[in-house]
Design a protein around this ligand. Structure first.
Ligand code: SF4
Length: 230
């Protein structure tokens, strides 16, 4: 690559980091280059995930089936080494049947890109597959009814690491009331898979000064993933 091209790429990369509120990168930390993939986000769900999808689409195990527009199963690479897990679909997700769309979804896409992945390369899901009305917090009985789908998804995708997005996803998965500020930045265990909590993109949109901490978490996620796929 020509020196000028490398410089232009470098400037574009740091401009991008700046655009998501990151203005400091630890010296010596490089973005990991991953091989290009052709996986599309709308990739047909096959194999073990297909039977889970079919069960989710028919599910009426909790009251949320009455108010949902679409179930939101999850999207991405069914063989991904990283899974991102949020709490539950919101209004737009319920309309489109996809997780993390809209402004928060755009920021998540940028966060994923900042650690060297395309959104289509990772798998993104929620704990709940149906939207709680008015985006209220999920009730314990709804989590109890739905969580087995996520556990089955994790077994099917078999990621080397999970990133829990936001307070509710982290607390629900880890069965704790600890605040996200205490949970983030550390590896936990979720059914035998390392789990790293970080802030939810919606929270980061409201609190841009916290993006620096999210960036620390994302670098840890990237490094832990790289260690485990060697
Ligand atoms: Fe079934 Fe989960 Fe939807 Fe409840 S939230 S109806 S358990 S898929």
């Amino acid at each position: 690559m020509e020196k000028n091209d490398a410089l232009k790429k470098g400037i574009a990369y740091f401009s991008f980091l700046k655009s998501i509120g990151i203005d400091y990168v630890e010296p010596g930390k490089r973005n990991i280059q991953t091989p290009p993939v052709t996986v599309q986000e709308d990739v047909k769900i096959t194999g073990g995930l297909a039977s889970i999808l079919s069960a989710v689409e028919k599910c009426d195990a909790c009251g949320l089936h009455r108010t949902r527009n679409k179930t939101v199963f999850g999207t991405g690479n069914p063989d991904s080494t990283i899974m991102f897990v949020g709490e539950a679909p919101g209004e737009e997700e319920d309309k489109q049947g996809k997780p993390f769309v809209g402004r928060a979804g755009n920021l998540l896409t940028k966060m994923i890109s900042a650690i060297g992945f395309q959104r289509e390369e990772v798998f993104i899901a929620n704990v709940l597959k149906c939207r709680p009305p008015e985006n209220r917090d999920p009730k314990p009985d709804e989590v109890a009814a739905c969580e087995h789908f996520l556990i089955e998804q994790i077994k099917a995708v078999n990621p080397v690491i999970i990133c829990a997005l936001g307070t509710h996803a982290a607390q629900t998965l880890l069965k704790t009331n600890e605040p996200i500020g205490k949970l983030r930045g550390k590896l936990h265990d979720y059914h035998g898979v390392p789990l790293l909590p970080t802030y939810h993109p919606s929270f980061l949109l409201r609190s841009p000064n916290m993006k620096k901490l999210a960036w620390v978490d994302l670098q840890m996620l990237r490094d832990e993933q790289a260690k485990r796929v060697k």
